[in-house]
Design a protein around this ligand. Structure first.
Ligand SMILES: [Mg+2]
Length: 240
């Protein structure tokens, strides 16, 4: 039976709301030094500060969409086909935590045509993503959902540079994509973001440097950053 394009988009979600309400409800009478165990869990300095500050400082949740390969993890021309091949770019996991703490819901949109090409199966892709979730959680961050389109057909509306996957994220999470940052390292990411009326940001990691060189026209007016850590720093700093 032929699958509809919709069925090829798969979402893996974790409990973002529970995570936030846990942190925000922590208001110990005697402040505990940051970075130590609070109510059975070790929290980072930033999380602890947020917890102690109380409900009034809870940030308004915003959406940021990240490409995976070349943005969060080191890319490979031969695809990432196993958990062993998935290795984070230095600082990228902490960048996700920083974005979370600043009120961003972090969601991934990644093509993963290696599945459609038969290079890895869905179970292996899930194992890779379990590793990614675990490593992000170890530094106090949370990826709320992963959307991917394993189809090799460029006409699939969900395959970047088509905007379907981004639009689906906005629809399911009930978030506006208007001006939402979409971070990528390829011209596919930039085009998809523009077509979805979002805000494309390019990183030099992965294929980013190559994209800047070969797709200069498409990169015009796109903000370029060294890596995801720099993006997070920029987005979490006030700019007048
Ligand atoms: Mg990429």
């Amino acid at each position: 039976m032929k699958q509809s394009p919709m069925a090829k988009v798969v979402e893996v979600a974790t409990g973002m709301e529970a995570e936030w309400s846990f942190h925000v409800k922590q208001s110990p009478a005697t402040p505990t030094p940051p970075g130590v165990n609070v109510a059975g869990r070790t929290v980072s300095r930033e999380t602890y500060s947020l917890a102690c500050a109380g409900e009034k400082t809870r940030p308004t949740m915003k959406l940021i969409i990240l490409d995976r390969d070349g943005v969060i993890n080191e890319d490979s021309d031969t695809y990432i086909k196993s958990p062993e091949e998935w290795n984070p770019i230095p600082g990228s996991l902490e960048a996700i935590t920083r974005l979370n703490h600043a009120g961003y819901r972090v969601v991934i949109a990644t093509n993963q045509s290696g599945v459609g090409r038969g290079l890895l199966d869905l179970e292996t892709l899930n194992q890779i993503h379990r590793k990614m979730h675990r490593m992000v959680q170890e530094v106090g961050g949370l990826i709320e959902a992963i959307f991917f389109c394993p189809d090799v057909d460029e006409a699939n509306p969900f395959r970047k540079p088509n905007p379907g996957m981004l639009l689906e994220i906005g629809r399911r999470l009930k978030c506006s994509l208007q001006g939402a940052p979409v971070v990528g390292d390829s011209v596919r990411d930039i085009r998809a973001a523009r077509a979805a009326n979002a805000w494309p940001l390019l990183v030099r990691t992965g294929k980013g440097a190559q994209t800047l060189e070969r797709e200069a026209e498409s990169c015009a007016n796109v903000l370029v950053f060294d890596d995801l850590a720099t993006v997070a720093e920029y987005l979490t700093t006030d700019h007048e």
